[in-house]
Ligand binder design. Structure first.
Ligand code: ADP
Ligand code: MG
Length: 628
């Protein structure tokens, strides 16, 4: 204990230093936002106290009226923000203020370009919260005490925002946090009540706790904000700007949201929700330990922030509040776990969230594309996760396709269906591990020739997606690399005749290749899907696709050994050449080269790459020496 009482000096994480310097420069033109950030933190701290006090009312220490105070001292040139929230222990100060507890810090810094305007944008995405105080202050003192710990457990943190900070154990009568900003030279504008009032009204009016300030010439403090819940007001009374500032607070985001839905549900369950789709993915989108989610209120009183009870996992990017009229005020995490009321709120909120995405897709293609880039992969999870809403989710999916042949994922299944050829009854797709591999897949040749669109799936989760989506609006999704190609009505009588003739004429030839390749293939047959390539590999309709098989193997899973089918293109000159090859040894090498090639263009790996090169070289040389 005694060592802790002494003043100690600790260094910031190297990243923090870098971030601070950058932030001060890039956010200076918008410096007043520091106040919003500090008020937002104070409000969060009060919310946390309220939640913990549900199970331990003693934490209030006799004062249940949570408040935020703003005060300034012209002579000392300080601005002080105080809250009666949860406060922090010494360790929490080190963890929350001394380090940036966000997993993506390193990656974030790696993405910085050095170009100020671009970096300002990135900083905006990252969010700098507490550190924004250093935009206007050259020294920040934070005095805090965790509710429930005695007055002697106060902590004083101080830093000039350079490389280090000091920590000291002090005595603090009340729980909660005071943040004292020692303003930089030239920042005296923040030492005026009217100026502070304007900023607070602009950015923090939606804060549900009173923000108190004593105006000059007055004896008592007054609330500066309206302090009523924004979502409970009629929509017509809320300005666009208020909606945006509220979003930034609940989502801990610096940039505006892409879309929102504000809705009051009446009936068996009564609740109001205000949900938003962020404009960019948070850094912990793929983290199991995601920090933020939806805030649950009961009759305007904050209960908790939750990441999995109020929204399904595949909508984990949605932010906002849900305020129930029916749940008991003392609802605990345990009750939430098994609450039917919560289940029905969650189902309702899910529908609203999907509705919000549908509307965005309909009304603003450009914004929807941005949404898809940020969250498409997450939304795809819903196809397997949420059976009840599968159809709606399927309509929200976007893919690349041969229609535009570009990597941008902009084709919906409905777009595809609308472009289907006469006589086409399936939705065709190809899967590969990169866009280039998908786009150049030999399996597409016949489809390109006939002008039939094929979806180009190149995201790892797409294999899983299609396995959960056998059809869309009554049309089967069909891999172009699986099963016998049956173009049905897309094939005319003439083509059918040619195909059948080829099957006959090449019968002995394909048997001979099969003998040469032995156990490597399940079958060799004449291909009707190739126009330019000599050969390709396919699998039986009911078997696992080769791309999926490779993915599973790479992930260390035991995969049942399945053998591919080699299809050869009877029109291709190399195949004709092989057909005429008299020597058995050369026929064998040649067949092997065809097989290996097909495997390579599929995205597969050769068992014996050196053997392939050797055979290929041998063949090239022998062909070169052959008299023309
Ligand atoms: N007034 C406060 N009371 C209690 N904890 C605080 C306060 N201000 C900041 N913190 C802690 O510091 C952390 C970092 O704050 P901040 O940089 O604003 O990021 P964020 O609010 O997005 O978490 C908060 O998550 C919280 O744990
Ligand atoms: Mg914050």
């Amino acid at each position: 204990m005694t060592t802790e009482t002494q003043k100690e000096t600790l260094g910031f994480q190297a990243e923090v230093k870098q971030l601070l310097r950058l932030m001060i420069h890039s956010l200076y033109s918008n410096k007043e936002i520091f106040l919003r950030e500090l008020i937002s933190n104070a409000s969060d701290a009060c919310d946390k106290l309220r939640f913990e006090a549900l199970s331990d009312a003693a934490l209030y220490e006799g004062d249940t009226e949570l408040k935020i105070r703003v005060a300034y001292d012209k002579a000392a040139r300080t601005l002080t923000l105080s809250d009666s929230g949860i406060g922090m222990s010494r360790n929490e100060v080190i963890e929350n203020i001394g380090t940036i507890a966000r997993s993506g810090t390193r990656e974030f810094l790696d993405r910085l370009t050095g170009d100020q305007s671009k970096d300002a944008h990135l900083i905006g995405q990252f969010g700098v919260g507490f550190y924004s105080s250093f935009i206007v202050a050259d020294k920040v003192t934070l005095i805090t005490r965790r509710a429930g710990l005695g007055p002697e457990h106060g902590v004083r943190w101080e830093s000039a925002g350079e490389g280090d900070y000091t920590l000291e154990t002090v005595s603090k009568e009340r729980h909660g946090t005071d943040v004292i900003l020692h303003l930089r030279e030239g920042e005296d504008e923040f030492l005026a009540d009217w100026r502070l009032q304007t900023i607070i009204r602009k950015y923090s009016d939606h804060i549900t706790l009173p923000i108190l300030m004593q105006f000059e010439g007055k004896d008592a403090e007054e609330a500066v904000n309206q302090a009523n819940a924004l979502w409970a007001r009629p929509k017509s009374d809320i300005t666009e700007e208020q909606y945006t500032e509220f979003y930034k607070h609940v989502a801990h985001d610096f940039e505006p949201a892409l879309a929102r839905v504000h809705s009051k549900v009446e009936g068996k369950q009564e609740y109001t929700m205000l949900l938003y789709v962020p404009g960019h993915a948070p850094f912990d989108l793929w983290d199991r330990e995601q920090r933020h989610g939806i805030k649950l209120y009961v009759r305007r009183v904050f209960i908790m922030e939750d990441v999995d009870k109020l929204m399904p996992h595949y909508l984990r990017f949605v932010r906002g509040v849900i305020d129930s009229n029916d749940l008991p005020l003392n609802v605990s995490r345990e009750i939430l776990q098994h609450s039917r009321d919560i289940d029905s709120i969650r189902a309702g909120a899910t529908k609203k969230a999907l509705g919000m995405l549908e509307e965005l897709a309909e009304s603003d293609r450009e914004k929807y594309t941005r949404f898809w880039q940020e969250f498409g992969r997450v939304l795809k999870e819903g196809v397997g996760e949420d059976f009840a809403n599968k159809e709606r989710i399927a309509k929200l999916l976007r893919f690349a396709s041969t229609h535009a042949d570009s990597e941008a994922e902009q084709v919906s299944l409905a777009d595809y269906v609308a472009r289907m050829k006469e006589g086409q009854d399936k939705i065709y797709y190809v899967t590969a591990d990169s866009f280039a591999a998908a786009k150049n897949s030999p399996h597409l040749e016949i489809f390109r020739k006939k002008g039939v669109e094929v979806l180009l799936l190149h995201d790892r989760v797409d294999e899983w997606l299609v396995s959960n989506l056998p059809e869309f609006e009554g049309r089967a999704l069909q891999s172009v690399a699986k099963g016998e190609l049956n173009l049905g009505a897309l094939e005319d009588a003439e083509e059918k005749k040619v195909r059948e003739q080829a099957d006959d004429a090449f019968k002995d030839f394909v048997t001979k290749i099969k003998t040469a390749l032995g156990e490597q293939v399940k079958e060799v047959r004449i291909s009707h899907r190739l126009t330019d390539s000599p050969a390709c590999l396919v699998v039986d309709a009911q078997e696992m696709g080769m791309n999926l098989e490779r993915m599973l193997k790479a992930a260390g899973q035991a995969v049942p050994l399945s053998k591919p089918i080699l299809e050869v293109n009877p029109q291709h000159p190399l195949v004709t050449l092989l057909k005429q090859e008299p020597g058995d040894a050369r026929f064998g090498d040649f067949s092997q080269i065809l097989f290996d090639q097909a495997l390579l263009s599929e995205g597969g790996q050769l068992d014996d790459p050196a053997g392939f090169v050797k055979k290929l070289n041998g063949l090239m040389l022998s062909l070169a020496h052959k008299p023309a």
